[in-house]
Design a protein around this ligand. Structure first.
Ligand code: PLP
Length: 419
């Protein structure tokens, strides 16, 4: 018997890297015993969790607040008071000339991307319209999000080698062909932790405006919250053709499933209507917990005084552990760690693929993510894509050190391929 599923159903339920990643994460967490350096779970930062606990106590102590949070549907674009507060926050912090009409809440920023990609791209008057990733590797979660096949394209970046053992991707600008509806870049980028520079971003924005397309910037780890960027860059200025997505997840609220889109009013109206179809109303818990923190400035202080220094320190500890474990082994490079929660390791002489290395490490109790999942839309084969792995350092430093030792030991055992 045939599957009986529609093309759309087949497409969305097809096997995907993001599904494997989240399954691995969930089952390893519940089974225990694994060193979790795979998924992008935020760390449990005590000073941040104290704030969530205090906010929940305040909600419980405020007559009607808990009842409203749990018992009232929001509008399909979010809670009106949250939208007002978010607009004030972005006006004050980034000088964006926006109001609540420019903001929609979504069920996590994963859904924000899904709705935006399929709003802008797919098929239009019978012609294909696509999303272009201007700098791969890019977020694994984008790869399967097209409602139609063949929705993504990508530009292959240049690799700048840096001493002693690092590298950085540089945007290699190509042509924005008429089928491209929008470009999308995460800043910082999951998986490489690359932060596209101010100059690169402004060149991209100009190219996009000339091509009458749009530019989506995914700030899941970025500015102004949670602010996990270590390089010296500015948040982008407001431009009509640029769409911004944010998330409360990496602040430490991933289960609140709260994403935020900030864009031109026409886009936001469409997103609100799509929300009504797909999820009916947005999730209220994250909005209720954080609204007063955005309004009072406490959230900004939390990001700059706690969240960013925490991840910076973890990234430095992870890099030190990596270098110690790989001491004497010359055939690795790591991307400059410019933000997010990851080290992106390049092993150009490994005799096995990234997927084989992943499977071997899993058997030894270490979860990482194979790099080849992170190149959506690339049309030409690029051997670099199967020479990288992503290693998350947000879990506890002792486990990360142990994980690095296992990783380096496995890599040494495998040796290098004959050239
Ligand atoms: N964008 C990027 C770059 C991410 O890394 C993630 C999650 O890891 C998301 C979006 C989706 O996050 P959420 O749906 O929890 O907001």
């Amino acid at each position: 018997m045939e599957s009986g599923f529609s093309d759309f159903g087949e497409k969305l339920s097809a096997h995907s890297g993001i599904y494997d990643l989240m399954e691995d994460l969930g089952s390893a967490l519940s089974a225990g015993g694994m060193i979790m350096m795979g998924g992008g779970n935020p760390a449990h930062i005590p000073a941040v969790e104290d704030v969530w606990r205090r906010r929940l106590e305040e909600i419980l102590a405020t007559p009607g607040a808990m009842e409203s949070m749990l018992g009232d549907y929001d509008t399909p674009r979010g809670r009106p008071d949250f939208l007002e507060t978010m607009a004030d926050f972005l006006r004050n912090h980034l000088q964006w000339p926006i109001g609540p009409q420019n903001i929609a809440v979504t069920t996590g920023s994963q859904t924000a991307n899904y709705l935006l990609f399929n709003l802008l791209a797919g098929s239009r008057a019978g012609s294909p319209r696509r999303i272009l990733f201007p700098l791969v590797p890019e977020y694994i979660g984008y790869a399967g999000q097209g409602a139609v096949p063949d929705m993504f394209r990508a530009w292959r970046p240049e690799i700048e080698l840096r001493a002693p053992d690092t590298f950085k991707y540089r945007a290699a600008f190509g042509e924005i062909t008429p089928d491209i509806a929008a470009l999308c870049v995460s800043r910082p980028t999951n998986p490489s932790s690359n932060v596209i520079t101010d100059n690169e971003l402004s060149t991209l924005s100009k190219l996009v405006a000339q091509a009458d397309a749009r530019l989506i910037i995914d700030h899941a780890y970025g500015q102004p919250f949670p602010g996990v960027i270590f390089s010296d860059v500015r948040p982008p200025a407001w431009e009509e053709h640029v769409i911004h997505t944010f998330s409360l997840s990496k602040l430490g609220l991933p289960t609140s499933r709260t994403g935020i889109i900030v864009a031109d009013e026409k886009i936001i109206d469409r997103i609100a209507r799509m929300n009504a179809q797909v999820v009916l109303a947005t999730s209220t818990i994250g909005q209720t917990i954080t609204r007063p923190l955005f309004a009072s400035g406490e959230l900004t202080r939390l990001c700059s005084d706690v969240v960013r220094p925490f991840y910076r320190q973890r990234s430095e500890a992870a890099l030190a552990a990596l270098r110690e474990s790989f001491a004497g082994y010359e055939h690795y490079r790591v991307h400059e760690c410019e933000g997010a929660f990851f080290l992106w390791l390049w092993l150009p002489h490994l005799p096995v693929s990234d997927k084989e290395l992943y499977a071997r490490l899993k058997r030894r109790g270490l979860l990482v993510v194979p790099g080849s999942y992170f190149f959506p839309g690339l049309q030409q084969p690029w051997e670099h894509a199967s020479q990288c792995i992503r290693v998350t350092y947000s879990s506890n430093p002792t486990a990360v050190r142990r994980g690095m030792t296992i990783l380096a030991d496995e890599v040494r055992t495998l040796g290098i391929k004959d050239s």
